[in-house]
Structures are given as structure tokens and as C-alpha cells.
Design a protein. Sequence first.
Length: 238
Amino acid sequence: MLDVIAFDADDTLWHNEPLYIDIQSRFKKLLSSYHSSDWVDRKLFDTEMRNLKHFGYGIKGFTLSMIETAIELTEGRISGGEIQKIIDYAREMLETRLEPIEGAEETLAELSQSYPLMIVTKGDLLDQEAKIANSGLAQYINNIEVVSHKTRESYAAILSKHKIEPHRFLMVGNSLKSDIQPVLELGARAVYIPYHLTWVHENNIEQELPQDGYYQIENIASLPELVRKISPNLNALS
Ligand SMILES: [Mg+2]
């Protein structure tokens, strides 16, 4: 019943958002002599939303948004040294080794015995490729797709490239907006695994979620059990 199981990467296979939250709190400290922390948060979020269509997701876009916010909020008084600090944050983010989500490796190891597995992730190509390579999980993955945006169109293109019928495709992720909604709209199936720190933008969906093919679990470790219910292929391993 399923041909491919696809996984989101950030905050589905490894912890990613905590790194952004940590850097953002240092950014707020950097601007603390100019503005309150709440106001910096709000302005940074607005700048990120405005810039997504130009710079896309990922560390580089986030860094440009921090620099732009800093210039705006200090009315141009931010110093070269302070901008250098923001660029250093980006370098530090790129070099940080991300912690795997508990149970992710075991789940991929088990499912990979019965299904081809795919990663569908968005962000900076170089950064996403490095994270996958450093994760130790690439050995379980047959295909990696790094896209700029996760939309209905981008999933349709992936399915058609790999000749997968929508109802035989299962996507697993922590973002209603990127991993669940567009996939369900295509007639494919999606498993939502909430992450405690999901960026607010990622769960900000305007339309109601289609219920057909929608599943929710609390932990990636329960995925093999759910897959056994959805698709009998895995019965042999139970
Ligand atoms: Mg994610």
C-alpha cells in the first residue's frame, strides 16, 4: 500500500529549532541597549516573513534578516563589529552538530528494511546536505530532496520525478504547513509528529486540514507500529 516513506529532517530527525532559539536570544542581547527583547522578536519575525520569498529558509536567510532587523531597529547605528558578531553566529550555527531525535535512527533502520526511504527538506542546499551527511542517518535513505519551499507543487514534482502515486506516498514531519497540508492536498498521506519548539510560521495554516490520510503520533518511535496498520508490507517484521 505504500511505495515510499518520506521524512522531513529538521525537528523530525534531529533537533534544529533550539539552535535558532539560542542564536535569537543572543541576537536580542546584542540589541538589548536599543530595544526590549519582545520588540526585537516581533521585528525579526516580520523581517523574516518579508524576506522568505527572496532569501528562502535556512541559516543564510535568517542571518540576513537579523542584520536587516539590527540596522532598522538601531536606525543605522549598529556598528561594523556588531554586524560581524551576527555573521559569526551564522558560522557557529553552520558548524553546530545537531542532536538526533530520540528513536529516529531505530525507526529508520526498521522501516528501511521494508520501504525505500526519502528525506524531503527545505533550506540552504549546502547546510541541509551537510546536516544529512553528519547525522549518521544517510545510510537508511534512498533519496534526498532539498527544495526551496514545500508546497503542493514541489511535492507533486517529487512524486512525478520518482513515479510515485500520491496514495502510495507517506510524508512524516513536524510542520503542518510544510509537511502535512500540501501532502494531504495532493491525496497522499501524512504523519504529523508535533515538536515542542516548532517555529510559529510552520504551524500557521489558513485552511482546514483534510482528514483523509492524516495521522498524528507523539513520537517517531511509534511510526513503525502506525505503518504496520496503514500498510501490511511491514507485518513480516513485527
Ligand atoms: Mg521540520
